[in-house]
Design a protein around this ligand. Structure first.
Ligand SMILES: [Zn+2]
Length: 142
C-alpha cells in the first residue's frame, strides 16, 4: 500500500522533481555548456508538466454561481493552460492564459483611423527592429 502511494505521488508530481533537477543543474554544475542539452530537456519537460499536467483548481468564472457565492470553479483540473472537465471552463482558462481578453483590451483605439494605424505599425516595426538589433549585437559582438 505504501509503495503504491509513493508511486502515485511521483506520477502526479514528477514535474516538480524535473524542475528541481534543472535548477540543481544550473546551480551545481560548473560547465553548463556540457550539460546544456540536459538542461534544455529538463526545462522543456518541466514546462510541459506545468502547462498540461500539474494538478490544480480550475478557477474559471462559473456563470451559474449564485449571488454572494464565490464564482470561481473549484473542480480539479490538470495543467495551468486548461480548466476542469467542463468544456466552457477549458476554453475560458485557455483564452485567459493566452491573454486574448487583455490583447483585445490593449488594442482598443490603436486601429481606429489611418493615422492611428500608421502610428501603431511604426511602433510595432520599431520594436521588431530593436529586437533585431539586440540579437545582431549579441550574436556578432564587435
Ligand atoms: Zn471548472
Amino acid at each position: 500500500m505504501a509503495k503504491r502511494g509513493t508511486t502515485g505521488f511521483i506520477a502526479k508530481y514528477w514535474g516538480y522533481l524535473v524542475f528541481a533537477l534543472a535548477i540543481w543543474g544550473w546551480v551545481a554544475v560548473d560547465d553548463k555548456i556540457k550539460i546544456a542539452p540536459v538542461l534544455i530537456v529538463l526545462s522543456l519537460g518541466a514546462l510541459a508538466y506545468f502547462l498540461f499536467k500539474v494538478p490544480h483548481q480550475c478557477g474559471a468564472i462559473n456563470r451559474q454561481a449564485k449571488p454572494g457565492q464565490d464564482p470561481r470553479c473549484r473542480n480539479n483540473a490538470k495543467g495551468l493552460m486548461f480548466g476542469c472537465h467542463l468544456m466552457q471552463h477549458k476554453r475560458q482558462n485557455f483564452l485567459q492564459r493566452m491573454g486574448i481578453g487583455k490583447w483585445r483590451e490593449a488594442n482598443r483605439g490603436l486601429w481606429i483611423n489611418p493615422k492611428e494605424c500608421l502610428a501603431s505599425v511604426v511602433a510595432l516595426t520599431s520594436i521588431v527592429s530593436g529586437i533585431g538589433g539586440l540579437v545582431v549585437a549579441i550574436v556578432k559582438p564587435g
